[in-house]
Design a protein around this ligand. Structure first.
Ligand SMILES: [Zn+2]
Ligand SMILES: [Zn+2]
Length: 408
């Protein structure tokens, strides 16, 4: 990157930073749940328009797509998620959520602020690059529905199809001022399963005349744990959690069924397939062993909340890391281990678009504070907004390339 472009970027970010911090606090104070991002999307669209970006709203729900065409070259998508969580904020911050029971506890307010910051900077240095930038505000990340909804609504057909996509996300375990990434699997894939264990209800005093689904459910829960401990390759990442169990209504009555909610996390699709097969086989086997009639075998339903693993592109990541390091400073881009959580940015990769993803440090004082989704999550903001913005700018320039061709 040429020295004068770098200086120009630094100047622009420094000038915009106070307004960006104020914008972040506005987003933070007015969070909206997944699929309800009306005001958030309006504000994001207005900010992008103010930066000279042409904006289309209501894509796949409340999705926002800003297009900045600037001559021939690659199409680069920068994506920020917009939704908040059903969490009652307990930070006590002056700009804490004004909406009871809703909070930006995953830092999507930071991600959006960086998108606005990057739009302002990249629009301000048009002479330094050539190509098309897409600024995408995505709804409903927390329900892993937003990326698919935007794609179904023509994100890649009504707008120029991106040749690569970049996202940043708050990372409370990384020092503020630094960013982290890795090549390959960066976050886990997830599957959610509804499980209905069926039996024969009856009187609590006569279990002999029933087939008790509560006991079958208890055995099933323990037997499912052997998938991780006894069946899946120990070197493969796999997590199985039974997160909800509901059955029965009265002390003296054996119910007919027990429902469970099960969650799987994995890095490789073969392991997901092995896990899903195992869940079906074990639940059926336990029911059969308990003498449940064949027509009352458990019902296993994989629900529509799948998210693939986030797999970043090695070459693209290398280019963006080099560019980010040049602009953030040496040692400020660190390699992080894979994350066991999930991120629906991965869905764009499934469509064949190479991805790069950065976690932006929000840790203050050397030790991690409350993690994402906590009611006490209170990220450092000024340095985090700055490094998130610069990382998006550096990555966009690395993807469109050739700032050396312009006269500046
Ligand atoms: Zn989250
Ligand atoms: Zn998030």
């Amino acid at each position: 990157m040429r020295e004068e472009v770098r200086t120009e970027i630094d100047d622009l970010v420094s000038r915009k930073l106070p307004a960006l911090v104020a914008l972040y606090q506005d987003f933070h104070a007015e969070p909206e749940l997944s699929g309800e991002e009306v005001q958030t999307a309006e504000q994001l669209a207005a900010e992008l328009e103010a930066a000279g970006i042409s904006v289309t709203s209501e894509i796949g729900g409340h999705g926002v797509v800003g297009v900045l065409e600037n001559g021939p070259g690659p199409v680069v998508m920068l994506r920020a998620d917009m939704d908040a969580l059903p969490v009652q904020e307990e930070t006590g911050l002056p700009y804490a959520s004004r909406r009871p029971g809703v909070m930006h506890a995953c830092g999507h307010d930071l991600n959006m602020t960086a998108l606005v910051g990057a739009a302002g900077v990249l629009a301000g240095i048009r002479k330094a690059w050539s190509g098309t930038l897409l600024f995408v505000g995505q709804p409903a990340e927390e329900t892993v529905a937003g990326a698919r909804a935007m794609l179904r609504d023509g994100l890649f057909t009504r707008f120029p199809r991106p040749s690569c996509a970049v996202a940043v996300h708050a990372g409370p375990d990384i020092p503020s001022g630094s960013v982290g990434t890795r090549s390959g699997v960066l976050s886990a894939g997830g599957e959610s399963i509804d499980l209905v264990v069926r039996g024969l209800g009856g009187h609590a005093a006569h279990p002999d005349q029933a087939r008790d689904p509560v006991v079958i459910a208890a055995e099933t829960i323990l037997a499912l744990q052997t998938l991780r401990s006894r069946e899946i390759d120990p070197n493969e990442f796999f997590v199985l959690t039974v997160a909800a169990v509901h059955g029965g209504s009265k002390h003296n009555t054996i119910p007919d069924e027990v429902t469970m909610k099960v969650n799987l996390r994995y890095h490789h699709s073969a392991v997901r397939d092995q896990g899903l097969e195992g869940v079906r086989r074990i639940t059926t086997g336990v029911a059969r062993a308990a003498g449940v009639p064949e027509d009352l075998m458990p019902v296993v339903t994989v629900i529509d909340e799948s998210v693939p693993p986030l797999v970043t592109d090695a070459g693209l990541t290398d280019r963006c890391v080099a560019a980010a390091e040049e602009i953030l400073g040496e040692g400020k881009v660190i390699e992080i281990p894979p994350i066991s959580g999930s991120e629906d940015f991965a869905v764009y990769g499934q469509e064949g678009v190479p991805l790069v993803y950065f976690r932006v440090g929000t840790m203050v004082g050397g030790k991690p504070g409350p993690y994402l989704h906590s009611s006490h999550f209170a990220p450092e903001q000024t340095n985090a907004i700055k490094s998130a913005t610069l990382t998006l700018v550096a990555s966009a320039l690395a993807c469109v390339g050739k700032d050396q061709e312009s006269s500046g």
